[in-house]
Design a protein around this ligand. Sequence first.
Ligand code: F6P
Length: 327
Amino acid sequence: MENKILKIGVFTSGGDAPGMNAAIRAVVRACTYYKLEAYGIMRGYEGMIDGDIVKLGARSVGNIIQRGGTILKSARSTEFRTPEGRKKAYDNIKKEGIEALVAIGGDGTFTGLHKFYEEYKIPSICIPGTIDNDLAGTDYTIGYDTATNTAVEAIDKIRDTALSHNRLFFVEVMGRNSGYIAINSGIAGGAAAVIIPEENITFEELFTLLGAGEKSNRKSNVIVVAEGSKIGDANTLAKMVAERSSYFDIKVTILGHLQRGGSPTYFDRVLASKMGIAAVEGLLAGKMDVMVGVRNNEMVYNDFDTIMTKHHEIDSESLRIAKILSI
Ligand code: F6P
C-alpha cells in the first residue's frame, strides 16, 4: 500500500445520520493503525472555513460507536458554495498540514467535495451518510437502516391506536426525493398503501384502494407517505380524502426528525466501520475524488459522475411486494 499521505481531515456534513459517529471512529482508528494523523473538522464545511479543527486520536473516539448524531457536528454551508468560501477553507486545511479529506454525508456533501477537489486537488473520499439511501453506487447509506427501524417502530405504535379507534392514519416519513424509508417501513409495518416520489400513483387510485364505504368495513388503516410524495404530503392527502368522504376518522402523524436520531442499529455500525476503514485505505492506495459504496456486500469506490448522474432506484420487487400486500 502506497503511503504518501500523513494527515487526514475528517468531517460530517449535511443532515446527520445514525452511524456517523461509528464512521468517524473507524476513520480515526484506521489512521492510528496506519500511523497517520487524524484531524476532526467541526461543523462540516463551515468549520473548514472557520478553521475549527481538532486533533483526534484512537481514544478520543472511544464510547461513540453506539451514539446517534455526530461528535463533529454537522451543517449545510452556503459559504462553501462560493469560490471565496472554498479558498478560506483551503487556506485552513493547508495551515494545519492536512493532505487528504474524508467527508461523511450525502449528495450535497459529495458535490462540495468534488468541487473542492477540482479546484485544489486535495485527495478526497466521501462516505455516504444519510438516512435517505438515495445515493447511486451503494446499496446502503449509513443511517438508513436505523431510520427505517425507527419508522417501523413508530408505525407499529400508531397501528395499535388506529385499530382501537377505527381510524385511518397518514404517517409521513422522511425522504425528499427518495421513497426508501417509506417503501420498506411500509412493507415491514403492514401499511395499506405506500406513497413514494418514484411511483406515479394517482389520488383516485389511492382513494379506490382505501375502499371507502365498501362492505369490508376497513376503517382502520395506516398509509405511509414519503415526504417527497408527488401527489401531496400526508396533511394534504388526509384533507383530500376527508373532503371526498366522511367514512373515515382521519389522523396524521409526521415522524420528522426523530428518524434522524437514536442509537444506530448493528447494521449501520458495521457498515460505517467498514466504510471508514475503506476510505482511509482508499486514500492510501491513491484514490481521490470518489465515494465509498457497498455493492452486493463488497466495498467499491465510485467516481463522482457515477453517483451524480443516477438515482438510486427502488427495486421493482419491493414495489411489487408492497402492492400485493396492500390488498
Ligand atoms: O437528507 C436527509 C433529510 O433528513 C431528508 O430526509 C429531509 O428531507 C431533510 O434531510 C431535512 O433536512 P433538515 O434537517 O435541514 O430539515
